[in-house]
Design a protein around this ligand. Structure first.
Ligand code: NAG
Ligand code: NAG
Ligand code: NAG
Ligand code: NAG
Ligand code: NAG
Ligand code: NAG
Ligand code: NAG
Ligand code: NAG
Ligand code: NAG
Length: 467
């Protein structure tokens, strides 16, 4: 073929590509701990998102397979991270998109099935729109351990969005504009250690949100507009160490609301509208050492709060009955008792009979078990026991079933064996018969042989002349 003609074809195909296909450009580098990363640049002045290829030169001996991290530099006018990135590099474990103009996450991460970290924070700096996260945004990422999505103007999330994230350990959604989330949204996240909802616009805390988060250690829901806590909201969170409820609109704390948080060390309740502190809200929490109650309107505190918990630090500045923060490491709590005297006295005046009422909170073995009932906690406990018994009965019934089946099988085997045995006996009888017959035959044959021998003798003793 004419070489000029061939060159023309190549030239045409290149310019065609440049005219229609938009490009992403990677600069590849090896960083900390030999992480091979692609630093992406986007050049699309028209804001389109139909990318056709990713350019860039790999470091020697490296390929697309080796890319374990993708970071977006500037996305210019592109507002959705394009799926072509995960179609091209399928092995990244980390993706970073921060300080860009993205406002939606669709199938952007679908094909990066090995992702452990998605960091998409601080994307609210250059745009006023809220970020939309698709229901299927994380469906292809079952290995995720961290989703960091703070400062994005997220207003809401689909109730199913985390359905494949049962390995997730850290979920940071702070500094968004979330006002409502479905009741069951966090149920799949049973390995979660930290949940951060700090500074959003949540008015109503849902009953089920934390029901399945039995491994959670830190929960931030401070700086929202929550007016009340649903009963049993924090049950099951036996590993929770820190609970931040500061800067909400809480007026009171329900009985036993914190009492199953046996690992709780620190609770932040500053800047709320609390007026009284009942010991029943806390129960018997020996691990609880720090209670922050600054800037409430507290006028009365049940003394059992300091008798039944491990509190060594209580911050009561800017309250009605006291304006102090106290550190008291002594087991007698004398310093605390003196400093909060007025609060305790007020409480006794308001509730003179309190100590004579049945107090489940002083029973260290008491732990309310129901997860989502509105029932009294003791009824819940009974229900749990019932459930346990029912479970045990189920197991026993199943065992019995198995044993019966085993017995039936054994009986059947026995039957078969007996039949076999009988057959064997019959067989032996047959063989014996046969044997008998053979013996008779042998005897007869022997007789015949004997006769033949005799005849032979007669034959051989005859004179030769006869032949
Ligand atoms: C990208 O989209 C624009 C506008 O819809 C279109 O003109 C162009 O052909 C598309 N390019 C490709 C490669 O699909
Ligand atoms: C990609 O980026 C590198 C480094 O910034 C640059 O040298 C190269 O020309 C770019 N390639 C394309 C096709 O834009
Ligand atoms: C893309 O961004 C530039 C500024 O960065 C702006 O002038 C231009 O109008 C934008 N184009 C579209 C299609 O949004
Ligand atoms: C709740 O957590 C358990 C593990 O503790 C898990 O098996 C179950 O699937 C979770 N529930 C939901 C609705 O995801
Ligand atoms: C304190 O927390 C630990 C786990 O962090 C737990 O094992 C222990 O039982 C708790 N103490 C009490 C008194 O509940
Ligand atoms: C708290 O403990 C102190 C010291 O043991 C005791 O004098 C006081 O009566 C207790 N208060 C309540 C309300 O049980
Ligand atoms: C107590 O309240 C006053 C007046 O609102 C405020 O200026 C001060 O900072 C508060 N103190 C604390 C420790 O928050
Ligand atoms: C109270 O706490 C603040 C900050 O934690 C500290 O600066 C101050 O000295 C404390 N006051 C008392 C009386 O303990
Ligand atoms: C109380 O204990 C804590 C830690 O256990 C310590 O940091 C603090 O200095 C102690 N305070 C006093 C007054 O002994």
């Amino acid at each position: 073929m004419d070489s000029k003609f061939a060159a023309l074809i190549i030239f045409i195909s290149i310019s065609y590509h440049q005219a229609c296909g938009q490009k992403l450009n990677c600069s590849f580098s090896i960083g900390h701990q030999s992480v091979y990363s692609c630093f992406l640049k986007v050049d699309n002045p028209n804001g389109l998102a139909n990318f056709t290829e990713i350019t860039g030169t790999h470091l020697p001996e490296m390929t697309n397979e080796d890319v374990t991290k993708v970071a977006y530099g500037s996305l210019k006018n592109t507002t959705t991270p394009p799926p072509i990135v995960c179609e091209t590099f399928q092995n990244p474990t980390e993706v970073f998109i921060t300080e860009t103009v993205i406002k939606s996450i669709k199938d952007s991460f679908r094909y990066c099935s090995k992702l452990k970290k998605i960091e998409i924070y601080l994307n609210n700096l250059f745009q006023r729109d809220s970020m939309e996260i698709d229901e299927d945004a994380f469906v292809g990422n079952p290995e995720l351990r961290l989703i960091s999505a703070w400062n994005n103007r997220i207003k809401s999330l689909h109730e199913n969005v985390f359905r494949n994230q049962n390995k997730l350990m850290y979920l940071w959604l702070n500094n968004n504009e979330i006002s409502d989330l479905g009741d069951d949204i966090f149920l799949p996240l049973h390995n979660l250690l930290q949940l951060d909802l700090w500074s959003n616009q949540i008015k109503v805390m849902k009953r089920n949100w934390f029901r399945n988060l039995t491994k959670l250690e830190d929960l931030w829901i401070a700086v929202n507009q929550i007016e009340s806590l649903p009963p049993n909201a924090f049950n099951n969170m036996v590993n929770l160490k820190m609970l931040a409820l500061s800067a909400n609109e809480l007026k009171e704390l329900p009985n036993n609301i914190f009492s199953s948080l046996k690992s709780l060390k620190i609770i932040y309740l500053e800047h709320n509208k609390l007026k009284e502190i009942h010991s029943e809200s806390f129960g018997y929490l020996l691990n609880l050492t720090h209670i922050y109650l600054t800037n409430n309107q507290i006028d009365a505190i049940d003394e059992r709060l300091i008798n039944n918990t491990g509190v060594t630090y209580i911050d009561m500045r800017n309250n009605t009955c006291a304006n102090v923060n106290i550190t008291d490491n002594s087991t007698s709590r004398d310093v605390m008792r003196n400093a909060l005297q007025k609060c305790f006295e007020n409480y006794k005046l308001l509730y003179p009979d309190e100590t004579t009422t049945i107090d489940t909170t002083t029973d260290p073995t008491f732990s309310p078990g129901c997860i989502d009932g509105n029932l009294d906690d003791r009824v819940c406990k009974l229900e749990d026991w019932n459930q346990e018994l029912e479970d045990k009965i189920d197991i026993l019934t199943e065992n019995k079933q198995h044993m019966q089946e085993d017995i039936e099988n054994l009986l059947k085997e026995n039957e078969d064996l007996r039949e076999d045995l009988e057959n064997q006996v019959l067989l032996i009888a047959d063989v014996q018969d046969e044997n008998q017959k053979l013996q008779t035959t042998t005897e007869e044959l022997q007789k015949e042989l004997e006769e033949l021998k005799n005849q032979f003798l007669i034959w051989t003793t005859r004179p030769c002349a006869c032949l």
